[in-house]
Design a protein around this ligand. Structure first.
Ligand code: ATP
Ligand code: MG
Length: 307
């Protein structure tokens, strides 16, 4: 992939959390939420991230937003390494990289009206210019499907879907280039999910945005994503163009995920037992680095471990 096309370049990213020490003073356990993930997102594309609950998707998103420092690895944004930047040097990136999260209820300050909510990030980044900006916000409000008359309303006067539209306008008010969308419609009524996803696609085209789109709903991810990465236990096990991944999944975990035969694991373990078709029995998987098996289709090598 030519470097000029790459907006987000993630190399060997690891984020380990240290669990609290027990009262017996035993060595603390380390939870490897993200354990060596590499991928690139091209300018203007949507990169989907799927995988079960706890596989590390949100942690990847939060690392790209630099809400976390990482344990290891490097993230380059538009060619510039952002992993080690201190807050002052990070500030321009805090404008260029925005986020939309799942919960439209807790993410909006209830004491601010829509105008205040949307102008807040603009003020933080020093791009709020009085009347002109107010007009810009009113027009942005229309672009997310709300009315300019609603500028002086408060969050509690809106439905969940409308609040998510306000969050989207807030994220876009500072003219970002990249938006981390972490389950942006999962908390919404099924009837409005598609509307919001379609709107995100329209806004992407209009503003030339690049998305990381994290989701559970596999049909939704396929629809919106150009390429998709599958996460399993803190690692990427497969990356491919959207249609290719769905039509020709190569990793046993991807195959299981797509055929929706995965029941929640009763042991709560992050190491799944999957069906090994060749051996005709259930086994654990040990997966390693991604390898390109055909043009643009990457799969992690894996080994079945008999229990
Ligand atoms: N701040 C934290 N401190 C400690 N452990 C964490 C923290 N955040 C996440 N984890 C753990 O890291 C693992 C990955 O969590 P993450 O939220 O990234 O998963 P996810 O794929 O987004 O799951 P979901 O689909 O449920 O949102 C989980 O085991 C989680 O409990
Ligand atoms: Mg998550």
């Amino acid at each position: 992939m030519a470097d000029s096309q790459v907006l987000v370049d993630v190399r060997g990213l690891k984020k380990h959390f240290t669990k609290e020490k027990t009262i017996f003073g035993r060595d603390s356990d380390v939870l490897k939420a993200v354990d060596g993930v590499s991928f690139q997102i091209r300018k203007g594309e949507t990169f989907g991230l799927v995988g079960e609950s706890g596989s590390g998707k949100s942690t990847v998103g939060r690392c790209l937003l630099r809400l976390y420092d990482y344990t290891e690895g490097e993230v380059r944004f538009d060619g510039q390494p952002i992993s080690k930047l201190k807050e002052k040097r990070l500030k321009p990136f805090r404008r260029r990289i925005q986020s939309i999260f799942q919960d439209p209820y807790s993410s909006l300050n209830p004491s601010l009206n829509v105008l205040e909510l949307i102008s807040e990030p603009m003020k933080i980044h020093g791009i709020y210019k009085g009347a002109a900006s107010k007009e810009e916000i009113a027009s942005l409000l229309e672009k997310v499907g709300l009315k300019r008359e609603q500028l002086y309303r408060y969050p509690h006067e809106f439905s969940g879907g409308q609040r998510q539209r306000i969050s989207i306008a807030r994220a876009l008010s500072v003219r970002p280039e990249f938006v981390v969308c972490d389950e942006p419609v999962s908390a919404l009524d099924v009837s409005v999910q598609a509307q919001v996803v379609n709107m995100l696609e329209d806004l992407q085209a209009e503003f030339g945005l690049t998305y990381l789109f994290i989701a559970h709903d596999l049909s939704m991810v396929r629809h919106i994503s150009d390429r998709i990465g599958v996460m399993y236990g803190g690692r990427l096990v497969e990356v491919a163009d959207s249609d290719e991944l769905y039509e020709n999944p190569l990793h046993p975990y991807t195959q299981a995920l797509l055929s929706s035969i995965l029941e929640p694991d009763p042991r709560g373990s992050r190491e799944r037992i999957l069906f090994d078709r060749n051996a005709g029995r259930f086994s654990s998987l040990e997966t390693s680095e991604l390898r390109e098996v055909s043009h643009g289709h990457f799969v992690a090598d894996y080994q079945w471990i008999s229990n």
